[in-house]
Design a protein around this ligand. Structure first.
Ligand SMILES: Cc1ncc(COP(=O)(O)O)c(C=O)c1O
Length: 508
C-alpha cells in the first residue's frame, strides 16, 4: 500500500494556533482510528513525512513521538514507524468490521512486543545487529541437510508424513533419550516430548501448571520469552537477583512465604548474563528444592556451546527427587527455523502437556522432526558442534578484545565460557536505552538490560551483545560504532538521562 497516497492532499496550516506537529499527528491519528491505516502498516520515514507536509524533519519526528505517546504508532529501531495495535475502544464507530472490539483482551505486558521487534530489525541495511541471539546463517549445515534430503538411503516412509503422536516422532524421541543418556540424563521416549522450539515447551508448561495468581520464581535478569509466557498466564513473578553466587536465602524466603508453583532457571551460559551455576550451587539448589518439593524448570539451549572447559552436569542429571523439568532446543546449535526442541519430564506432565499441545498444532512438523532424526542418527551433530564451537570461540574473543580496545573503561564485562552473549555494564551515568538510541544512529544495535528484568528500570546500566551472528570483522566494526555512540553521548555533556522515573520501553 502506498501510504503517501492516503496522506496526499492533507495539509497543515502554518498560521494555525495548533502546532504543526499536532496537526500532522491529528491527520494520521484520524486515519488510524478510522482503520484506514491498519495495525502493522509501515508509515513513511520521517524525511518523507516531512516532505509530504512541507515541514521540517523535527516537526515530522515530533508528530510521530506524539502519536507514539498516544499508543497509535510504534517505532522499531532500524526498521521504521508502524501503526500500533489499537487498545480496545480506540477505533471509530462505523468501520466495516469492528475487529479491535471483537478481539479478546491481550495482556499488555511492558515487553510484549520485544521479541517480535528484535526479529523485525531490518538486517538488510548497514546496521550491525548484536541484538538477537541467533546463530550465523553462514554456519547452518545446509549441504549436509541437502544431502540427507536428497540421498536415496534416506528416503522417507510415507507413513511418517501422516499424523503422528502429539508427543512427537517416535524415532526422534527415542534418539533424543539415547543421546541424553551420554549426559547422565535418564529418560526414555516416554518422558520426552518434541516441541516447536523451547518457547512452545515453556508455553505448554505454563498452560499445564499455572493459574492466574500463582507465583513463579525466575532469575532476574532472565530470558524475555519465559518471563512473558509466565506473566501472560496470570502468574505473579518473583525475581531472584543474579549477583555472583546464587541467593539461596532469598529463594528459601520465597518458598516459605509464597509457595511458588515453579522456579525457572538457565543454569548454563545464562541468557543474558552468560553465567554458569557451579556444581556445588547446583547440588545445594536441588537439596533446597527437594525439601520444598519445588518444580525446577531447567532451560538449557546453550550447554553444548562451550569454548573451554565443559560446564558442570545439568540439574536434570543431578535430580534425585524427580522435580526437574528439562527443556532444550536445536535453535542455537543448528538453526532457529527448524523450530524443534524438547521437554524431558515426568510422564504425567508430558501427558498433560500433550493435551494442551493438541489444541494448538496436533503435533510438531513431521519433516523437521524426520530431518533432525536423520541428522542426529548419522552422528553429524558432533561434527557440527566442533565447527561452531571453534568459530564462536574466535568471535567471543574478537568481541571481548574489541570492547577492551575501543570502549575501554566505559564498559565492564566478564568473558563467558560459552553461549552467545557478552553482558556489559556501563560505567557512566547514562542508561543503555539512551546508548541504544545513539548506537542505532551509528549503525549498531543491542538489547538494553532492562528488557530482561522483572522490574525495569533495573538493568538500565546493562546491555547484552550477541557475538554469534557475525564474523570477527563485523564484530570489530560494530564495537567501533558502539564506541562512537559512547563518545557521542559523553561529548554532549548530558551524562544523566533526563527521564529516569518512567517505566522505560526499550526500542529495538
Ligand atoms: C534461554 C532460552 N530459552 C528458550 C529460547 C527459545 O528457543 P526456541 O527457538 O527453541 O523457541 C531461547 C532463545 O533465545 C533462549 O535463549
Amino acid at each position: 500500500m502506498d501510504i503517501s497516497k492516503i496522506l496526499t492532499g492533507a495539509q497543515v496550516e502554518p498560521q494555525s494556533r495548533q502546532p504543526m506537529y499536532l496537526q500532522i499527528a491529528g491527520i494520521i491519528g484520524e486515519k488510524i482510528r478510522g482503520l484506514i491505516l491498519t495495525s502493522g502498516t509501515k508509515l513513511p520515514p520521517e524525511r518523507e513525512l516531512a516532505a509530504l507536509f512541507r515541514v521540517s524533519r523535527t516537526t515530522a519526528i515530533n508528530a510521530y513521538r506524539y502519536l507514539e505517546q498516544q499508543e497509535l504508532v510504534v517505532t522499531r529501531v532500524g526498521s521504521g514507524t508502524y501503526v500500533a495495535e489499537l487498545p480496545n475502544g480506540t477505533a471509530e464507530e462505523g468501520s466495516a468490521v469492528p475487529w479491535i472490539q471483537l478481539m479478546t483482551p491481550f495482556p499488555r505486558l511492558p515487553l510484549s512486543t520485544m521479541l517480535r521487534e528484535i526479529l523485525d530489525i531490518d538486517f538488510s541495511g548497514d546496521t550491525i545487529s548484536l541484538a538477537a541471539g541467533m546463530p550465523d546463517p553462514a554456519l547452518y549445515p545446509v549441504e549436509l541437510l541437502q544431502h540427507i534430503m536428497g540421498g536415496s538411503d534416506n528416503s522417507i516412509n510415507p507413513i511418517d508424513l501422516g499424523h503422528i503422536p502429539t508427543e512427537g516422532y517416535g524415532p526422534l524421541r527415542r534418539l533424543v533419550a539415547r543421546l541424553l543418556a551420554d549426559r547422565d540424563i535418564e529418560s526414555t521416549g516416554e518422558n520426552v516430548m518434541i516441541t516447536a522450539g523451547s518457547q512452545q515447551g515453556l508455553y505448554l508448561l505454563s498452560k499445564a501448571l499455572l493459574e492466574p495468581g500463582d507465583y513463579v520464581v525466575v532469575e532476574s535478569p532472565t530470558f524475555i520469552g519465559a518471563h512473558q509466557v509466565f506473566s501472560a498466564s496470570g502468574a505473579r513473578i518473583l525475581g531472584l537477583p543474579i549477583t555472583g553466587r546464587s541467593n539461596f536465602n532469598m529463594l528459601e524466603d520465597y518458598l516459605v512465604r509464597y509457595r511458588p508453583k515453579l522456579l525457572y532457571l538457565i543454569p548454563t551460559y545464562h541468557n543474558p548474563t552468560g553465567r554458569v551455576m557451579s556444581a556445588s550451587e547446583r547440588r545445594e539448589l536441588l537439596r533446597l528444592a527437594a525439601r520444598h518439593r519445588l518444580v525446577v524448570v531447567e532451560d538449557d539451549p546453550y550447554s553444548s556451546l562451550y569454548y573451554g572447559e565443559k560446564p558442570p552436569a545439568s540439574l536434570k542429571a543431578l535430580d534425585t527427587y524427580g522435580g526437574v523439568v528439562y527443556l532444550s532446543t536445536y535453535s542455537k546449535v543448528l538453526f532457529p527455523g527448524l523450530r524443534t526442541g524438547y521437554v524431558v519430564a515426568n510422564p504425567a506432565l508430558i501427558n498433560r502437556m500433550a493435551l494442551e499441545k493438541q489444541f494448538i498444532d496436533l503435533h510438531s512438523n513431521n519433516l523437521s522432526q524426520w530431518l533432525l532424526c536423520r541428522f542426529l542418527a548419522c552422528g553429524a551433530l558432533d561434527e557440527h558442534l566442533a565447527l561452531v564451537r571453534s568459530e564462536y570461540k574466535k568471535r567471543r574473543d574478537a568481541l571481548a578484545k574489541a570492547l577492551h580496545r575501543y570502549c575501554g573503561t566505559d564498559l565492564s564485562f566478564e568473558i563467558p565460557g560459552g553461549g552467545f552473549f557478552i553482558w556489559c555494564r556501563i560505567n557512566r551515568l547514562f542508561s543503555s536505552s539512551r546508548l541504544l538510541h545513539q548506537a542505532t544512529s551509528e549503525g549498531v544495535s543491542f538489547v538494553p538490560g532492562e528488557a530482561f528484568y522483572v522490574h525495569p528500570p533495573e538493568g538500565e546500566k546493562e546491555l547484552r551483545l550477541c557475538f554469534a551472528t557475525h564474523a570477527e570483522k563485523p564484530l570489530q566494526e560494530g564495537t567501533r560504532r558502539l564506541a562512537r555512540a559512547l563518545d557521542g553521548i559523553k561529548r554532549t555533556g548530558k551524562q544523566q538521562d533526563t527521564v529516569v522515573h518512567q517505566p522505560v520501553k526499550p526500542i529495538i
